[in-house]
Write a protein that binds this ligand. Structure first.
Ligand code: KG4
Ligand code: ZN
Length: 366
C-alpha cells in the first residue's frame, strides 16, 4: 500500500499550522503566526493566541490543501496536537480536527507536540524548502514505518522545553535523559531580550545581534556544571544531564543594572553575544555528554531555538568530535508547524497504531 496521506494540525502556542505529508514526504506546510499581536506584551497572551487560531485556521487549511493539491477526501487520517501547550489554543485545533474527522469520516490521531518536534527530523524535504535533511533514512517498504537508527536521541530546545531524550521509536514513548530545572532555553532568550529592551520573540534578535558582539566580553555562568551536580560517569550527580538558565538571566540583569547605575551605555551586542555563548556552550556540552553516556549515535535537533546559528555550529562541531551523527531540519520545520504533526501521524498510521477517540481532551501539561 502507498504510504499514508496525513493532514496535521498544530495550535499549541502562537502558530496556526497545517501540514500535509505522504509518509516521509512533505507536501505542504502552511503556518500563520500571531506573534506580532503578542509582541507589545513581551510574551504570548493565551486568549489572543486562541482567538487568532480561530480566525486563521480555515484559510491556513485551505492553503495547505491547495499547495499539496489534495482534498480532505484524499487524506487517510487527521493528526492534531493534543498537548502540551496552552489549553485554549490547543482546544481550537482539537475542535477543528474533530469536526473534520467526523465530517469526512477519517481517523483522528492526538499527537504529543514534543515527540512531533522529534519526528519532523524524519521528513525528506519539501516544496520550496530546497533542503533535504542531512543523511538518509530507510523506510520499511511494507509498513511505511521509518526505521530509526539504533541509538537515536533528540535535543529539543524551544520556548517551553529544553530536553535531551532517547527515542526508541516514534510510536512509543520517549525516555527523558535530562531537562531544564527552571527556564527553557528559548524562554531565557525571550527574558534576556526584554532586559535588553529588544522585542519579542528574543531569540532571532539576540541571534542577529550576537554575530556583531564579543562572546568573551562577559563570562556569564553555565548552570549546573559544578562537580556536585555533575558527579562522575560511575556516580552521576543529581543534575548531571540537566540545565538551569535562571542564574544566567539574573547575571545578565546584574550586568545591565551596573551599566545603568554608572550612567554608561549598555553594551547590548557584547551582552547578547556573551549570553548566547553561555547558553549554547552549556546546552551543547551537556547534550553531547548525555548522548555519549547513553549510547546515542544519531542526534536530532528540534524546537524553535534549533534555528539559532551558533547552536547549529557548535553542536555540529561537538557532535563531530564525539562521533555523533547530527540531523538538523530546515528552520521552517524547527519552529512550530503542522508538518511535524502530520509526519508523526503518518508514522502512527503506518505502524497500525489505533486512532484516538473523538472525545480526546486537550492535555496542556502532558
Ligand atoms: O518551538 P517554538 O517555535 O515554540 C515553542 O514550542 O516554544 O520555539 C519558540 C522559541 C522562542 O523562545 C524564540 O525566542 C526561540 O524559539 N527562537 C530562537 C531563535 N529563533 C526562535 N532562539 C534562539 N535563536 C534563534 N534564532
Ligand atoms: Zn514547539
Amino acid at each position: 500500500p502507498a504510504a499514508p496521506l496525513v493532514l496535521g494540525i498544530e495550535t499549541s502556542c502562537d502558530e496556526t499550522g497545517v501540514g500535509i505529508v505522504r509518509g516521509t514526504r512533505l507536501l505542504a506546510n502552511t503556518v500563520s503566526s500571531s506573534i506580532e499581536e503578542h509582541a507589545r506584551f513581551g510574551g504570548v497572551i493565551p486568549e489572543i493566541a486562541a482567538r487568532a487560531h480561530l480566525e486563521a485556521f480555515v484559510p491556513t487549511l485551505r492553503q495547505a490543501l491547495e499547495t499539496a493539491e489534495v482534498t480532505l477526501d484524499d487524506v487517510d487520517a487527521i493528526a492534531v496536537t493534543s498537548g502540551p501547550g496552552l489549553a485554549g489554543a490547543l482546544m481550537v485545533g482539537l475542535s477543528a480536527a474533530k469536526g473534520l474527522a467526523l465530517a469526512a469520516g477519517k481517523p483522528l490521531y492526538g499527537i504529543n507536540h514534543l515527540v512531533a518536534h522529534v519526528g519532523v527530523g524524519l521528513l525528506e524535504g519539501g516544496p520550496g524548502e530546497g533542503a533535504l535533511l542531512e543523511g538518509s533514512l530507510t523506510s520499511d517498504q511494507h509498513t511505511g514505518v521509518t526505521q530509526l537508527p539504533a541509538g537515536t536521541g533528540a535535543l529539543l530546545v524551544s520556548g517551553g522545553h529544553t530536553e535531551i531524550l532517547r527515542v526508541r521509536s516514534l510510536t512509543h514513548e520517549v525516555e527523558l535523559l535530562g531537562s531544564t530545572i527552571d527556564d527553557a532555553a528559548g524562554e531565557a532568550y525571550d527574558k534576556v531580550a526584554r532586559l535588553l529592551g529588544l522585542g519579542y520573540p528574543g531569540g532571532p534578535t539576540i541571534d542577529r545581534l550576537a554575530a556583531k558582539g564579543d562572546p568573551e566580553a562577559f563570562r556569564f555562568p553555565r548552570g549546573l556544571t559544578l562537580p556536585k551536580f555533575i558527579g562522575t560517569a560511575e556516580q552521576p550527580g543529581r543534575h548531571r544531564h540537566d540545565w538551569s538558565f535562571s542564574g544566567l538571566k539574573t547575571a545578565v540583569a546584574r550586568a545591565v543594572e551596573q551599566f545603568e547605575a554608572a550612567g554608561r551605555p549598555v553594551p547590548t551586542t557584547d551582552i547578547a553575544a556573551s549570553f548566547q555563548e553561555a547558553v549554547v556552550d552549556v546546552l551543547t556540552s551537556k547534550a553531547v555528554r548525555a548522548a555519549r553516556e547513553h549510547g546515542i549515535t544519531t542526534l536530532l535537533l528540534g524546537g524553535g531555538v534549533a534555528a539559532n546559528r551558533r547552536l547549529r555550529e557548535l553542536l555540529a562541531a561537538r557532535c563531530a568530535a564525539a562521533g555523533i551523527e547530527l540531523r538538523i531540519p530546515p528552520v521552517a520545520l524547527c519552529t512550530d508547524n503542522g508538518a511535524m504533526v502530520a509526519a508523526l501521524g503518518a508514522q502512527l498510521v503506518a505502524a497500525g497504531v489505533a486512532p484516538s477517540s473523538l472525545d480526546i481532551p486537550a492535555d496542556s501539561s502532558q
